[in-house]
Design a protein around this ligand. Structure first.
Ligand SMILES: *[C@@H]1O[C@H](CO)[C@@H](O)[C@H](O)[C@H]1NC(C)=O
Ligand SMILES: *[C@@H]1O[C@H](CO)[C@@H](O)[C@H](O)[C@H]1NC(C)=O
Length: 263
């Protein structure tokens, strides 16, 4: 346990200073999910991200911020939205990997962005419970919304085995799942081990896959506005919640939670 914790803290120490600097104005670590153009803005491509259990809102630490930076280098007009779901430690044990409340939050976030930005192409990613959240949210979207999602990359996916390495009712070729063979959560166990923290080498390939998906969708004629979806008044919520307080052990019990509960 101590071993894993120190790996994690080491990666936190490396990740945090860069992130603090990069996100100061954009949101990201501070809860805005990197809404660079302002929460109301649009971009050609919108990146929806869901963090892992106990990671700080809204982008988390291990996957969200580095993936956003890698994606920004490939897609000049990018808006990032960190979905502000609870990422609570117990919710991952629910059937499907997360709860109805979290799925509702994510669904509203997609609805809001898709109606507010009817010409945008979407890419999505999730880590751990955040990956489960993407399975459960995307599988039940109306077809017109699914068509606007160019690609999805999932890391340490707790629903990998349950869903046969894909998102149900969604094109297999649009999804790439990064699951280290030694990562217990990828094979029905929810136990967090070193393999669950091993994805730093998969950030760049993930960004590449998302960017290629965007290219493919554009070549195929892009997004038709007629596919735009029912608008909801759902708010993304929580802009500005999080912050350093939660980074160091706020509401969700801090990182001790994820690593201290191994069963
Ligand atoms: C899921 O929740 C359990 C129980 O709280 C916890 O032990 C485990 O680390 C969690 N796993 C993930 C991947 O969040
Ligand atoms: C998988 O995780 C282990 C740690 O458990 C790590 O040593 C290994 O490099 C990882 N493999 C890949 C391909 O990331």
């Amino acid at each position: 346990m101590r071993f894993i914790t120190s790996i994690f803290l080491a990666s936190l120490a490396v990740a945090a200073p860069v992130d603090l600097e990069a996100r100061q104005f954009g949101g990201g670590l501070f809860g805005g999910g990197g809404l660079g153009g302002g929460a109301g803005g649009c971009a050609e491509v919108i990146f929806m991200f869901a963090r892992g259990s106990t990671e700080p809102p809204t982008m988390g630490i291990l996957i969200g911020p580095p993936l956003e930076r890698a994606l920004e280098r490939q897609i000049p007009s990018l808006k990032t939205v960190g979905i502000n779901y609870d990422a609570a430690i117990m919710d991952n044990v629910s059937r499907g990997g997360t709860t109805a409340k979290q799925i509702n939050t994510a669904t509203q976030a997609f609805n809001q962005q898709m109606s507010q930005c009817p010409d945008a192409i979407f890419v999505a990613s999730g880590y751990s419970q955040g990956a489960a959240l993407m399975h459960r949210t995307i599988e039940k979207m109306p077809q017109a919304q699914k068509d606007r999602i160019a690609a999805v990359v999932l890391y340490g996916d707790t629903q990998n085995q349950e869903d046969n390495g894909q998102i149900p009712n969604f094109p297999r070729e649009k999804v790439k799942i990064f699951c280290n063979a030694s990562d217990g959560v990828c094979g029905r166990s929810l136990t967090v081990n070193a393999g669950h923290l091993s994805y730093s080498g998969d950030i760049q390939p993930g960004a590449q896959f998302l960017a290629q998906g965007v290219q493919r969708l554009k070549q195929g004629g892009g997004v038709s506005s007629s596919g735009s979806t029912a608008s909801t008044s759902g708010s993304l919520g929580g802009l500005g919640s999080g912050g350093l307080g939660s980074l160091f052990g706020g509401s969700s019990g801090g990182f001790g939670g994820i690593f201290g509960r191994r069963s």
